[in-house]
Write a protein that binds this ligand. Structure first.
Ligand SMILES: NC(=O)c1ccc[n+]([C@@H]2O[C@H](COP(=O)([O-])OP(=O)(O)OC[C@H]3O[C@@H](n4cnc5c(N)ncnc54)[C@H](OP(=O)(O)O)[C@@H]3O)[C@@H](O)[C@H]2O)c1
Length: 284
C-alpha cells in the first residue's frame, strides 16, 4: 500500500511521516506541490499512483482567515475538492482533516458525526466548504464514475504535537516569563495529541473495516483551555498561577465556538488527553 502525505512540514504532517515510517510513503510539502495548482495535483497523483492520500496541509491560522478568507477558502475549500477529484481519478482513498470549528458551539453535550455544521468564523466556513466538496466529488454517481469514491473526513480538535505552534508549548513558554497567566474558561473542547491521531489514522486505513464517511478522532475527556493550562503546569512542576477569564476579556479577530466537543460514536476511543499530555511533555 503506497501512501502520499501532503503537508509534510506541518505539525500533523511531520508526525504522520514518523508514524508511517514502516510503510511505503511519499511526503510532499507546499514547495513540492501547491495544492491550489490543479494541473500539478493531477500530474503528481498520476505519477506517484498512491493507494491513499493523507492531506495534512491546510490554511490553519484561525484569526488571519477573517481578513484573508479568499485564501483560506482556496486552500481549505476548493483545493480540497480538487484533491478529492484527483483521488477518485486514480481510485485512491482520500483522508482529509477537518475541525470542531465547523460547529456552531452552542450544544453543551457535544457534536456527533451526523450533526449539522454551522461555523461561527471564516476558518470554520472554509473547512466546511472542503467537507462539502469532498461529499460532492466522492458521492456523485455518473456513467464515468459508476461507484462512489473512498474517503475519510476526520474531524479533530485542539492539536498539540512536537513540530508546530500549539497551546502546550505556548503555555510553557509563557510560564517561563510570567508568574500569572489569564486563560479563557468558557470554551470547551477536547485536546488531541498528534501522535495518537496519526496512529489511529494508520489503523483506520490499514484495518479496511470502516466505510467512507465522517469520523471524529480526539483524545478523550472534554475540558476548557483554563483547565488544560492548569494541567500543563501541574505536570511540568511549574508554579505558574492560572487565572480564569472569559472570551470577552480576551478578544481575538475570530470568534470561537463555546462548546466544540467532538463525540466519537464510530471508532474505538483514544486514551484521555491527560495521559497523552503526560507523554507529550516527556518529549519536550
Ligand atoms: N492545529 C489544530 O489544532 C487543528 C485542529 C483541528 C483540525 N486541524 C486540521 O489539521 C490539519 C493539519 O493541521 P496542522 O496544525 O498540522 O497545520 P500546520 O502545522 O499549519 O501545517 C499546515 C501545512 O499546510 C501546508 N500548506 C499551506 N498551504 C498550502 C498549499 N497551498 N499547498 C500545499 N501545502 C500547503 C503548509 O506548508 P508550509 O509549511 O510549506 O507553509 C503547512 O506545512 C489541517 O487541515 C487543520 O485544519 C488542526
Amino acid at each position: 500500500m503506497r501512501i502520499l502525505i501532503l503537508g509534510k512540514n506541518g505539525m500533523l504532517g511531520r508526525d504522520m511521516q514518523k508514524v508511517f515510517a514502516d510503510m511505503d510513503f511519499v511526503a510532499l510539502g507546499q514547495s513540492d506541490l501547491d495544492i491550489t495548482d490543479q494541473e500539478k495535483v493531477f500530474e503528481t497523483f498520476m505519477s506517484i499512483q498512491p493507494d491513499v492520500v493523507v492531506n495534512c496541509s491546510g490554511y490553519t491560522n484561525v484569526d488571519d482567515a477573517e481578513k484573508d478568507f479568499e485564501m483560506a477558502e482556496e486552500i481549505n475549500g476548493y483545493a480540497v475538492g480538487v484533491l478529492a477529484r484527483a483521488c477518485r481519478e486514480i481510485d485512491a482513498t482520500f483522508v482529509h482533516f477537518s475541525t470542531d470549528y465547523v460547529f456552531r458551539g452552542d450544544k453543551k453535550s457535544g457534536y456527533s458525526e451526523e450533526d449539522g455544521t454551522n461555523p461561527v468564523n471564516a476558518y470554520g466556513r472554509s473547512k466546511m466548504l472542503g467537507e462539502q466538496l469532498i461529499f460532492d466529488e466522492m458521492e456523485s454517481i455518473s456513467q464515468e464514475n459508476p461507484k462512489e469514491g473512498k474517503y475519510f473526513i476526520i474531524r479533530t480538535s485542539w492539536l498539540f504535537g512536537k513540530h508546530g505552534k500549539n497551546f502546550v508549548d505556548t503555555m510553557l513558554e509563557m510560564g517561563k516569563i510570567k508568574d500569572t497567566i489569564q486563560v479563557v474558561d468558557d470554551q470547551h473542547g477536547k485536546p488531541t495529541y498528534t501522535i495518537d491521531l496519526c496512529e489511529q489514522v494508520k489503523w483506520l486505513i490499514t484495518s479496511h473495516e470502516y466505510p467512507s464517511g465522517v469520523y471524529h478522532i480526539t483524545n478523550e475527556g472534554p475540558t476548557t483551555w483554563f483547565a488544560f493550562a492548569k494541567k500543563i503546569f501541574q505536570l511540568s512542576n511549574m508554579k505558574t498561577r492560572v487565572v480564569p477569564c472569559s472570551s470577552d476579556d480576551f478578544r481575538r479577530p475570530a470568534r470561537r465556538p463555546k462548546y466544540s466537543i467532538l463525540k466519537n460514536n464510530a471508532l474505538p476511543k483514544l486514551r484521555s488527553w491527560e495521559e497523552a499530555l503526560e507523554d507529550y511533555l516527556k518529549t519536550t
